[in-house]
Design a protein around this ligand. Structure first.
Ligand code: ACM
Ligand code: ZN
Length: 612
């Protein structure tokens, strides 16, 4: 018996599109797992399942008119033991045995299953690129007409492409879409449209004839022609077309909905043109990326997207006006499966990041709170365990955060992680923490230069790399900064106090400790609070030529008692070539011979123009 208190819940979601995607081409997942995936979606009050049914590595949906799509295009040679991007092509006479597909009966069963749980399924049929598997059976619809094979692994550039100059291509696609539309009650059909390599279109006589005949400018406009023609057909069947943001190139089809994945720009451009948009930028929504330090994680495709980052997502760009904002239907998490060969790993990659996304899409921004979320997740993990859902507990990285307490006039360091109530072990004597080290309870007071090391152990096991930060205890700690020129908002480092907080950036310029200026000079004044003896002053700068990050031409220091008249100017020139490669850090240091000063002005001259 479980007593449940009587409550009345009145609630509604902020966004109507609360989606999860699954790629079943790179790896095939059985019908029973698709149902479980839908259960997990429904459990989190998400309502869209975007089913990526076709791609270069296998066709997964039965089409009665073209049986070879499943007899041939659903199967590849088994190269599962080889790295994804180094898989060897089929040997002569070798049978393609790895893969699978869903029959139309399977699809009907799954659609009904989803409907019963208020989940809408959006099928995706890829075109004009990511379609090479089709040409293993129906090469006549490609530009080259050459028979291909279903790729057992990475395929890049994916140059095999539907011939846009051949009307029979469109008949073929329309036949397929007719059967797909019959099976899925959703008003949307997703036609892919991403990453189409257009090399073959440039060489194809038929495609070039089409370009000339229709006075198209280039292959981008040919793609636009392709998508518009398909949209006309889709609309004739009372459906709406969705495509990845590449469908903007060469001109958007009149009523298309855009799925923005290469950042938010595509979605913003589409909303400004009065088109509906679904946001799934890689930086917040690609759940095939690593969610914690790769050294402690099973192999993934790359990238880095923590639970906390997903939770911080705002699908509606500030740059849109109120009318344009209405076009943002919502967002979705994408699960591409190059490195995800089985259902357990799908769950591991999707959960709990989808829990975070579910809350982003349901709750008002003002009601979202990370600390409350991870506390509730602690209970939710038990639910997930009970449902036998394999999840990742997220990143165990410990963040070492400096904070100056202006009342206590002391420097403190806070230790934090994404894990709720984690036991954080730390040291301040530069040794590595172990399970006998001190456990973090409250901010650590620091009164001299100190190396802080921290990590988490669970059941005596180190959960992630030891975090380490050196705090340099200097005279400007606790001071105030006045920016005469503000740093670029895109590169704030740790914010206003970044230059004097005692922490230096590492040779990873994305570590969050570097502040950046784009074209502007750095120009700021530090107030030490009272007249203070100073022996030397030093500021560190970073150069990474390949990423267009450069040292300043020179750094100039000057000093003042009143904050108005500055004297004792010291200029330190850069002596390292701007074209020198690597991840370079240079300290621009000036000895000032026991000056007494309250205000220090630092100017750093921007090179203004990247060297050619
Ligand atoms: C995509 O990730 N290629 C849409
Ligand atoms: Zn062609």
């Amino acid at each position: 018996e479980i007593p449940i208190p009587c409550v009345k819940i009145k609630d509604k979601p902020v966004y109507s599109w609360r989606g999860m995607h699954l790629d079943v081409s790179r790896h095939f997942f059985p019908k029973e797992f698709i149902k479980k995936y839908i259960d997990i979606i429904a459990m989190h009050k998400m309502n869209i399942f975007h089913w990526h049914l076709t791609d270069d590595n296998g066709w997964r949906i039965e089409i009665k008119k073209y049986p070879k799509l499943t007899d041939i295009c659903a199967w590849r040679v088994n190269r599962e033991s080889e790295p994804w991007n180094e898989r060897t092509p089929p040997r002569k006479g070798e049978k393609a045995t790895y893969g699978g597909y869903y029959t139309q009966e399977d699809i009907k069963e799954i659609v009904k299953y989803a409907e019963d749980r208020f989940v809408e399924i959006i099928p995706e049929i890829e075109m004009p690129g990511h379609s090479s598997e089709i040409f293993a059976a129906y090469p006549e619809y490609s530009c080259t007409g050459k028979k291909t094979y279903v790729k057992p692994g990475g395929y890049w550039p994916n140059s095999d492409i539907f011939c846009a100059g051949n009307d029979k291509t469109f008949d073929f696609i329309e036949d397929i879409l007719s059967e797909v539309i019959q099976l899925f009650p959703s008003k949307y059909i997703h036609i892919g449209g991403d990453e189409a390599d257009k090399t073959q279109w440039k060489k194809c006589k038929k495609c070039q004839t089409r370009i000339k005949k229709l006075h198209l400018k280039d292959e981008n406009e040919l793609q636009s022609y392709f998508i518009k023609r398909i949209e006309k057909f889709v609309i004739s069947k009372n459906k709406k077309l969705i495509g990845w943001d590449e469908i903007l190139e060469g001109g958007l089809a009149p009523e298309a909905t855009v799925m923005s994945w290469r950042g938010m720009h595509g979605g913003i451009a589409a909303a400004k043109k009065n088109h509906d948009v679904i946001m799934c930028p890689g930086t917040y929504c690609y759940f095939d990326h690593y969610q914690a330090d790769p050294e402690f994680q099973p192999i993934a495709i790359g990238g880095f997207l923590t639970l906390k980052k997903v939770y911080s997502f705002d699908p509606t760009p500030k740059s849109l006006n109120d009318e344009e904002k209405k076009h943002i239907l919502g967002a979705q998490g994408n699960v591409w499966t190059e490195y995800i060969p089985n259902p357990k790993k799908v769950e591991y990659m999707a959960v709990p990041r989808m829990c975070a996304l579910a809350e982003v899409l349901w709750s008002d921004k003002k009601n979202r709170n990370w600390n409350s979320f991870i506390k509730r997740m602690d209970t939710h993990y038990k639910r997930l365990r009970n449902h036998n859902i394999n999840f990742c507990k997220g990143s165990y990285k410990v963040d070492i955060i400096p904070e100056y307490d202006s009342i206590k006039k002391s420097m403190f360091v806070t230790l934090n992680s994404e894990i709720y109530k984690a036991k954080i072990y730390f040291t301040t004597d530069s040794t590595n923490p172990n399970i006998d080290s001190e456990i973090y309870k409250k901010p650590i007071k620091i009164n001299k230069s100190t190396i802080i090391k921290a990590c988490i152990f669970e059941e005596n096991k180190l959960k992630e790399k030891v975090s380490e930060k050196k705090l340099i205890f200097h005279k400007a700690i606790g001071g105030k900064i006045k920016y005469l020129v503000k740093y670029n908002d895109k590169y704030p480092g740790k914010g206003i106090t970044n230059p004097i907080d005692g922490f230096k950036g590492s040779d990873n310029y994305r570590d969050g400790y570097w502040q950046g200026y784009k074209g502007d000079d750095m120009d700021l004044i530090i107030d030490l609070g009272e007249i203070t003896p100073v022996k030397y002053i030093s500021a560190s700068f970073f150069q990474r030529q390949k990423s267009w990050i450069f040292f300043p031409l020179y750094v100039e220091y000057s000093f003042s008692d009143d904050g108005k008249i500055f004297n004792n100017k010291k200029t330190i020139k850069n002596n390292i070539p701007l074209k020198k490669e690597g991840y370079l850090i240079k300290d621009f240091t000036a000895n000032v011979d026991k000056i007494k000063t309250r205000y220090i002005c630092i100017k750093a001259k921007n090179i203004n123009k990247c060297p050619g």
